[in-house]
Design a protein around this ligand. Sequence first.
Ligand code: DC
Length: 231
Amino acid sequence: MKKKLVIAIDGYSSCGKSTFARAIAKELNYIFIDSGAMYRTVTLYCMRMGFVKEGSIDRNGIIRELNNINIEFVYNPDIAEYETFLNSENVEKEIRGIAVSSNVSSISQIHEVRSRMVELQRQIGVFKGIVMDGRDIGTVVFPDADLKIFMTASIEIRAKRRYDEMKSKGIKADLDEVRKNIVARDITDENRDISPLRRADDAIILDNSRMSVEEQMIWVHEIIENKINGR
Ligand code: DC
């Protein structure tokens, strides 16, 4: 039987991490987990509970509720994709909107939120054959991952990609607002005290500013083959 890998894909927001991770998972027949969707779902729950208000967060309320937040990824055969569910409700569209995007960095800074997410992510990864994307997958969640990739791309290209993704999902968007949100999230993600975004020492860098998904797949193909064959 072929060796099953744990593949960690980290990097800045809107670099196309999920698209790339999903494509790898499809090719290898692995499970794909979008860890950002988990933080977004917790954020949505907190917003609905009134724990997130202009400039203030009810940290204790959030921590108290953590065990009542059930996150699932459910396959939708109509679009051949997994969608995110919060306590049995499909929230895939809502978690991608600008309201959640504006609050997710603050929620994902809370230590207890991160511990709970990391615990869930490790449970999912226990059987291997997984591609997970996020900010701390190669550094914290799976420090022993078989393959670590750190992705980056220019701000302009990332903003345009996120904008197009929102449009395609029927979400209202303004390119300049999307761009500002990405710049702000880079700053919080890189500077937070717990699990800041940084490249793991053994991660391979991929700048995909000028690469299509097909070109990225060609780039990664040999790297994966070598890992599977223990080279
Ligand atoms: O990948 P994304 O843009 O959907 O992630 C949303 C937010 O979640 C991002 O601003 C930072 C946070 N996040 C995190 O802190 N750790 C992860 N492993 C994944 C995402």
